[in-house]
Unconditional design. Structure first.
Length: 178
């Protein structure tokens, strides 16, 4: 395993642990519980670690929270889609606003709609296709606002260089920050 992969795995684990520890900071909105810290972590992981490590951290967070009884099955599609789309858009375009938009669309729209079959088929709850979109958007927006304040500061501190795999990636980030 490469040194950068090990660093990313360790960082993803720490971010997942942070999201689990902060899971009591939830806000009930409609039929779901909203966790703004989870969405903040999704953006940090997506931007600094990439789409797959971000999605992995979101999966681990959802799994641990469900095993502890502090989460619901709805956390899986919402957080994983948001983290992946955020990381994918940032990796492709290197623009933070697109990463934030990816988190919002991935979690609220895509994840919210994917909760429909989870709710109706697995949890035997009555729900409409868009039942979870608004509550997920509220939660995701809170975490995105937190990330919009903290992530630029982390980038300015050059935290992303720790996870750069080669000099080209460091140079791309340097050109973006210039």
């Amino acid at each position: 395993m490469k040194k950068t992969q090990l660093r990313k795995l360790a960082a993803a684990s720490i971010l997942a642990a942070l999201a689990v520890v902060c899971s009591p900071l939830s806000i009930p909105v409609g039929a779901s519980r909203c966790f703004p810290v989870q969405h903040f972590v999704n953006i940090v992981a997506g931007v600094f670690l990439g789409p797959f490590y971000g999605m992995g951290a979101a999966f681990v967070t959802s799994l641990v929270r469900n095993l502890m009884g502090t989460g619901s099955l709805m956390a899986f599609p919402g957080s994983m889609c948001g983290a992946f789309l955020c990381g994918f858009l940032y990796k492709k375009f290197r623009k933070l606003p697109l990463a934030y938009l990816g988190e919002l669309i991935g979690t609220a729209l895509i994840g919210g709609m994917l909760c429909f079959p989870v709710a109706t088929l697995i949890m035997a709850k009555e729900a409409a296709l868009f039942t979870y979109v608004i509550p997920f958007f509220v939660s995701s927006a809170g975490g995105t606002l937190i990330a919009a304040i903290i992530v630029p500061a982390l980038k300015k501190a050059k935290i992303d260089r720790i996870f750069a795999e080669d000099k080209k990636e460091v140079m791309a980030d340097a050109g973006e920050n210039a």
